[in-house]
Ligand binder design. Structure first.
Ligand code: SF4
Length: 295
């Protein structure tokens, strides 16, 4: 499927997603260190100043990432926070050659207009799991709210990045349903996370993921969503273990330099792996081009 769909199979894309506001979240997502409902070991801080957001973009360029995502904790950002983020994005777009994404929770039409005009190109909003299983993981807001947010992002003409997290007690059916939902929504990027159990959260003892299952999940999302950028994100190396390299055959986009509240692989190690596999880091490309393939 990959060879049929992508022109250049050796390309690899990296993204960097430093947390620009951490913790103190009112929501109760069972896997998340940032929820104020759980006694998790994090250092909470409010939205960082513009200069720090700009610094993040420079760091993204320095590790050869083609995308930089401004991420904040919480169900939604305040209007003031959206304004501050938009101001930082304007500066970034003037001077730094990187695509800018945001992941700031629920957004409305007004937020999207402001962010798009500032230069944001893509919005991340994860459904996380199937609609059926979602209430087992989150009780403070409904799955539909997330789904409707994705629709709003598409309506605003922005690119969509929508992913999931696995190893949280979901069934095979939940995984298939999520992959089918993204196929129906035709999202542009699908970041796939594998649980890193966080002490203090309800899922602190979950460790059901095997490397084989993680690999199958990546393959399933690729087969159902051949035109999307399948992005390996949180928990990739500790869950895929011996399959971490071979997984590059399926998912050639990587979240680099850490996963929000958890450290990831040093970017140099990913670069080494990419070179060893004869692949090439692409810093400028946007969406993958689409060939005419029946899928
Ligand atoms: S995933 Fe987002 S909404 Fe849920 S607890 Fe974490 S920061 Fe809050």
């Amino acid at each position: 499927m990959r060879e049929a769909v992508f022109k250049n199979e050796v390309e690899v894309l990296l993204c960097l997603i430093p947390l620009q506001k951490n913790g103190a979240c009112t929501e109760d997502c069972s896997f998340c260190a940032q929820s104020s409902k759980y006694p998790t070991p994090i250092n909470a801080y409010p939205l960082v100043p513009k200069e720090e957001m700009i610094e993040g973009a420079l760091k993204a360029v320095s590790i050869k990432a083609n995308r930089y995502c401004i991420v904040t904790s919480g169900r939604r950002a305040t209007k003031e926070e959206v304004y501050q983020i938009a101001e930082a994005v304007k500066e970034i777009k003037k001077n730094i050659p990187v695509k800018v994404c945001v992941s700031i929770g629920s957004v409305d039409e007004e937020d999207l207009k402001l962010l798009k005009e500032a230069g944001v190109e893509r919005v991340n909003h994860n459904l996380e799991t199937s609609e059926r299983f979602f209430p087992n993981i989150v009780t403070t807001h409904p799955w539909r709210e997330r789904y409707e947010t994705i629709k709003k992002v598409q309506k605003a003409g922005l690119s969509t990045c929508c992913g999931g997290i696995f190893g949280i007690g979901e069934t095979d059916e939940d995984i298939v349903d999520l992959a089918l939902t993204y196929r129906e929504l035709n999202v542009n990027s699908i970041p796939l996370n594998f649980l890193i159990p966080i002490p203090g959260t309800p899922l602190e003892k979950n460790s059901s993921m095997t490397p084989q299952r993680a690999l199958k999940i990546l393959a399933l999302f690729k087969l159902f969503n051949p035109y999307a950028e399948i992005r390996r994100c949180g928990g990739r190396e500790i869950n895929l273990r011996e399959y971490h390299e071979v997984a590059m055959e399926i998912a050639n986009c990587l979240m680099a330099g850490g996963y929000l509240t958890r450290a990831g692989r040093p970017p140099g190690k990913d670069e080494e792996m990419i070179k060893k596999l004869g692949r090439k880091l692409i810093t400028k490309r946007g969406e993958f081009s689409k060939n005419k393939v029946e899928v």
